[in-house]
Design a protein around this ligand. Structure first.
Ligand code: ADP
Ligand code: MN
Ligand code: MN
Ligand code: MN
Length: 345
């Protein structure tokens, strides 16, 4: 038997943006535990905005398991929060009720800032560094400093070793701003891995004395980019059948559901989706081929391939909940009948 360190991780009840929480229990298993091996556990919901002090127990239900590369015999356990009965989802538990579909693929591009001493990493104590331009995909100390890349590489390694489908990294447009991408088949799988990747990044940067700023526009109304979490998506039908007619009906439905999407695409998005800095205004839906100033960017490959493939919704922001984002995308898609015959309906 081996003693495993099980880190149970969950989302708390803070709004509009939940925090990641985690605590460890040690349990013995013959081999690396599967989901079925992992017991329910509890926590004090009165300390996480999830219960009153007088009746404070909440239940943690494991829903995904990953090896924890940072610990000997470590296990990362993604959990849903349940009511004390262990079966009713807690009101803060969004994951329990989202739409899912294994045939729906999601690629999230998580942008964020490193923050130190209350400002982006590499910003001087007063004023600003030289303007945006050389930082995006940049190299060299004057562009990326001396520690960001080390963290980003370490995070990449942790994600890969945990079995998270990390797909890439780049330095972003603002100084101190970076991006990583996570791809998954199914909304729960992709979103679980995004939350876990965020957890690993937050935990990793503790020892550097650096914070992760996920707010979508931390520098406000300035000439510094905000942070998004573009959602690239495709369904089986989009990849294999697609077609211009279906695409246009899909875009009409996205237009119609504009507010339902914006509602779950992350707080303060009006600060970021201004029409400047490679964004479209938040209150007007648009799409365009290779257009980084549109709400939805249509890749060249999509058009060349008879309107088959994936689309990029550029509106979700860096603080958005990937569970809610993926679910809303699937909801809008589900409202569009497939096949030509239904076009007249
Ligand atoms: P860019 O910065 O040019 O917008 P990235 O390379 O950062 O592009 O992100 C593209 C994302 O699209 C990746 O996360 C990738 O996993 C995702 N992606 C690629 N093909 C598909 C697909 N068929 N369905 C869903 N997502 C996809
Ligand atoms: Mn990208
Ligand atoms: Mn980007
Ligand atoms: Mn993108």
């Amino acid at each position: 038997m081996t003693k495993y360190k099980l880190e149970y991780i969950w989302l708390d009840g803070y709004t509009p943006v939940p925090n990641l929480r985690g605590k460890t229990q040690i349990k013995e298993f013959e081999r690396f535990p599967t989901l079925d091996d992992l017991p329910l556990w509890g926590f004090d919901g009165s300390s996480t905005m999830q219960a009153e002090g007088s009746n404070s127990d909440c239940v943690l239900m494991p829903v995904a398991v990953y090896p924890d590369p940072a610990r000997k015999n470590g296990v990362l356990v993604m959990c849903e929060v349940m009511m004390p009965d262990g079966v009713t989802p807690h009101p803060s538990n969004k994951r329990a009720s989202i739409l899912d579909d294994d045939g729906a693929w999601f690629g999230f591009e998580q942008e964020y800032f490193f923050y130190k001493d209350g400002r982006p990493l590499g910003f001087p104590e007063h004023g600003y560094p030289s303007p945006q331009g050389p930082y995006y995909t940049g190299v060299g100390f004057k562009n990326v400093g001396d520690v960001a890349r080390e963290i980003v590489e370490e995070h990449l390694e942790l994600c890969l070793e945990a079995g998270i489908n990390h797909e890439g990294i780049n330095a972003e447009v603002a100084k101190g701003q970076w991006e990583f991408q996570i791809f998954g088949k199914g909304s729960k799988k992709a979103a679980d891995e995004m939350w876990m990747a965020r957890y690993l990044l937050l935990r990793l940067t503790e020892k550097y004395g650096i914070d992760i700023e996920f707010h979508c526009k931390p520098l406000g109304d300035t000439d510094w980019n905000g942070s998004g979490m573009h959602c690239n998506f495709s369904t089986d039908y989009m990849r294999t059948v697609g077609g211009k007619d279906y695409f246009e009906r899909l875009m009409a439905q996205f237009d119609k559901n504009l507010h339902d999407h914006i509602d779950v695409y992350g707080p303060d998005n009006h600060m970021r989706l201004t029409g400047k800095h490679e964004t479209a205004p938040w209150n007007k839906f648009s799409y365009g081929v290779a257009d980084r100033g549109a709400s939805i960017r249509v890749p060249h490959s999509f058009v060349k391939n008879d309107y088959k493939g994936y689309l990029e919704d550029r509106r979700p922001n860096s603080q958005g909940d990937p569970y809610a984002i993926a679910s809303q995308v699937l909801k809008t898609i589900s409202e569009v009948p497939v096949g030509k015959a239904s076009a007249a309906a």
